[in-house]
Ligand binder design. Sequence first.
Ligand SMILES: *Cc1c(COP(=O)(O)O)cnc(C)c1O
Length: 366
Amino acid sequence: MTIAAQAPAYIRAISPYVPGKPITELAREMGLPVARIVKLASNENPLGMSPKARVAVEKAISGIERYPDQFELVAALAERLGVAHGQIVLGNGSNDVLDLVARVFLAPGRSAVFSQHAFAVYPLATMSAGAECIVAPARNYGHDLAAMKAAIVTNARPETRLVWIANPNNPTGNFLPYGEVEAFLRQVPPDVAVVLDEAYNDYLPPAERVDSVAWLKHFPNLIVTRTFSKIYGLAGLRVGFAVASPEVADLLNRVRQPFNVNNLAIAAARAALDDHLFLADSYELNRRGMEQIVAGLKRLGLDHIPSHGNFVTFAVSDGGAVNQKLLKQGIIVRPIGGYGLPNHLRVTIGLEAENARFLDALDKSC
Ligand SMILES: *Cc1c(COP(=O)(O)O)cnc(C)c1O
């Protein structure tokens, strides 16, 4: 018996997460200069980080010998969201928080329900906790809440203890109207936790956003997660958070590593929260870029899934082949065969010139 064989079967069954290809890696592979490469593969903010966050990071470097203090960021988030401090749980990215939720509510003999084509971290977190994945079929590439409700196992094993929902969803970009999500919450048994992953919330038109955090008063089994990785432009610093009922937040904080978010990330997130100008610019750039890319895809005769995030998924004849041709031209997008969509590619909305280079390269690749 090898040492690897000693790991539980549910750990050995996990397929590793495949991240977007780093710019430096493609540069090495293709012998291309880094400056010639356009990466539109990981839903990062093309404007970089908030200038206010940059100043805060530089300032926080003095003090790096100290362990981090989460108080100020927690307090700012609690105030912004109208909840108690004890309802905020910080994560080393929101992925960290998703993992904490799985550790709190899942175990062997239990299951989690999520949709076909949902975010790849849901099966990872579920399986790491030894629980089983129940995948509900998608409808028009998006979450079918009726199918998800029907998939919940109540009186048998593996008893469902958790439901994962991304809204908007990644990689498909689908958006569930808030009324449907609220109706779903009413139908889910109160002893099943529901994660509402709102990583792309800030890309919704302000008039369409509803305060899902306010639902916590009625649904103590709800956990809302958000991140500083997308519109706030801090993906590399790793900071996100959950908002939950006090009792759930308390459990999450028990399994959380005490210093899971570093000093620089805390300082940057605190400053970025108030950088309204940067957020408005990022939102507007995304809105225009989405129009540009969608118009370009239409011109090329390619179907796309209407998206509510900072990315769009489109159909091609052969996802693998088109991706290779794009890479040869220095364009990195995201193949999503691992999400059950082998003939779709996901592109992140970039700067106007990056979007144009992508469309031009795509024209030569299809
Ligand atoms: C990007 C993304 C996240 C955020 O991940 P971080 O760990 O915060 O960087 C969470 N959920 C979904 C669906 C995402 O696409």
